[in-house]
Design a protein around this ligand. Structure first.
Ligand code: NAP
Length: 463
């Protein structure tokens, strides 16, 4: 048991340093694994230290809860498919918010509602933000898992109802700070905050969920931080703030990379138009496009000098990363220079393409960020677009009328030849037809990305 506050402080300081370094390492795919490990070690030290503090009782409950949590976390993390990662993050994030709200409820009960103003403030904030994060994350999970419709669910007067619900919850929080002692106050506050979390996320389209999850993640961090004040735990305050700050930055970066404001993501009901997602019908409007076979593409690739692979969401769906790696290896063996162009919001979560390609052992130096690869396209022989769509749409650069206008894109249309691997002419996430498909230097190779790339592998071997 640890009774010396200096030893306790030192151990917590070590875990805080681990968290800060973990974030630092996580900011580059090169060191991300190390970052993950360090974060885990920091958490282990923080939990271990907390359990060793004198006065901890209820060991049976703690052990049972920790065992259940560990099994769920371990099995969940090992079984989850890469494409289902956003909803797993939503779920894990949500339970963090829920835990903060439950601690607030328990502390309010423990004090019999008799609180100083600062205790009241911390408890009210934990309960409010934690509950919003919990129920909002569950709705985000349900949307991504397609348990509820991914379409924005809207009804007249929604914003007014939302403001009313949040207003009453906030008023109850102020009442708690002012000294209201009845349990009904915190219970009603939590119920209203849970309702607000649901109502806040329902009108947001499924495809915007990664941004919402990142925002809710920031909320959970703030709730955890407020809980740190409730429990007088420095490590929780700092860790919560780190989550809050990194979640906020990630939300802003994702919105910027999509050229959308946070307000547009949250209140714009993006995707409500019928043309959302891959299910939408192709609208070629009489424009013509060219189809190409795997054999012809293989010849083009085999005799090229420079090839840039542009992966997108379809690569993740098809799980084509290993086949792509094999194709690149064959081309390199023939002396072709192969690079990968990574758009910051390709796929459905930040770093999606990096993770997939790393899983297939693609050497990290071959991955180029958008700003680094764009000057390369004019001297590229073949740009191989695999399941990417919106992030290559030239309308985002050239057409002020396009809803995508202003979103930074990969300038694949500037390559000598562009081959696009996808199953149909359907639009991508934004539901907008892609001008790239109709370019004079573009050709479509239809089919599931994995089977198309496997055909290319076979054809390059035979070339
Ligand atoms: P995208 O625009 O959604 O297009 C993906 C394409 O993949 C679709 O056009 C689809 O066409 C094709 N596809 C799907 N399954 C396939 C399969 N099995 N084989 C071959 N092709 C397949 O994807 P993106 O270019 O990666 O752009 C990402 C979009 O998501 C952007 O609009 C971005 O703003 C948004 N977003 C990203 C994030 C993030 O953090 N990464 C977060 C929120 C939103 P077919 O159906 O014809 O095959």
């Amino acid at each position: 048991m640890i009774s010396d506050p200096d030893v306790l402080g030192l151990l917590y300081l070590v875990s805080i340093v681990c968290f800060v370094l973990a974030l630092r390492f996580l900011s580059s795919p090169k060191h991300a694994r190390r970052g993950n490990w360090l974060g885990g070690v920091g958490m282990l030290i923080a939990i271990g230290t907390t359990l060793l503090v004198e006065g901890i009782s209820n060991w049976a409950l703690i052990v049972v809860a920790a065992a259940i949590g560990s099994v769920v976390g371990l099995v969940g993390a090992r079984k989850v498919k890469m494409t289902a990662m956003p909803q797993m993050v939503a779920l894990f994030n949500g339970v963090g918010g829920g835990a903060a709200a439950l601690i607030a409820l328990a502390e309010f009960h423990e004090h019999g509602g008799v609180l100083t103003w600062d205790e009241g403030l911390s408890i009210a904030l934990s309960a409010l933000i934690g509950s919003i994060s919990f129920s909002g994350s569950l709705v985000a999970f349900a949307k991504l898992q397609e348990l509820v419709s991914g379409r924005p669910i809207v009804f007249p007067g929604q914003n007014i109802v939302n403001i009313l619900v949040l207003g009453v919850a906030a008023a109850l929080g102020i009442a708690i700070v002012a000294g209201v002692e009845g349990q009904w106050a915190i219970v009603t506050l939590i119920a209203l905050a849970l309702l607000f979390g649901v109502m806040f996320v329902l009108p947001i389209g499924g495809a915007d969920m990664p941004v919402v999850i990142s925002l809710l993640n920031a909320f959970t961090g703030l709730a955890a931080s407020a809980t740190g004040f409730v429990l007088d735990s420095t490590v929780l305050i700092v860790a919560g703030m780190l989550v809050g700050a990194s979640g906020t930055l990630l939300t802003l970066l994702m919105a910027k990379a999509m050229n959308r404001s946070i307000a547009n993501v949250l209140f714009g009901a993006f995707g409500a138009a019928p043309a959302g997602g891959a299910a939408a019908a192709a609208s070629t409007d009489g424009k013509s496009y060219r189809e190409v076979t795997a054999d012809d593409t293989a010849v083009m690739l085999a005799y090229a000098q420079r090839v840039v692979v542009v992966p997108g969401y379809g690569l993740a769906v098809a799980q084509a990363q290993h086949a792509v790696r094999e194709l690149a290896g064959l081309l390199e063996a023939r002396g072709v220079d192969v690079k990968y162009a990574i758009h910051p919001v390709a796929g459905r979560m930040p770093g999606h393409m990096n993770v997939l390609l790393a899983e297939a052992q693609v050497p990290y130096p071959q991955l180029y960020d958008m700003d680094d690869i764009n000057p390369e396209f004019p001297r590229t022989d073949v740009a191989l677009v695999i399941g990417a769509n919106d992030v290559t749409n030239p309308a985002a650069r050239d057409n002020p009328e396009s809803p995508l206008y202003g979103m930074p894109i990969l300038n694949v249309d500037q390559a000598a030849n562009v081959v696009i691997l996808k199953r149909s002419m359907s639009p991508g996430f934004a539901g907008i037809d892609n001008d790239l498909f109709y370019g004079a230097n573009s050709a479509m190779l239809f089919g599931d990305a994995k089977s198309s790339v496997e055909k290319l592998v076979a054809a390059v071997k035979a070339a």
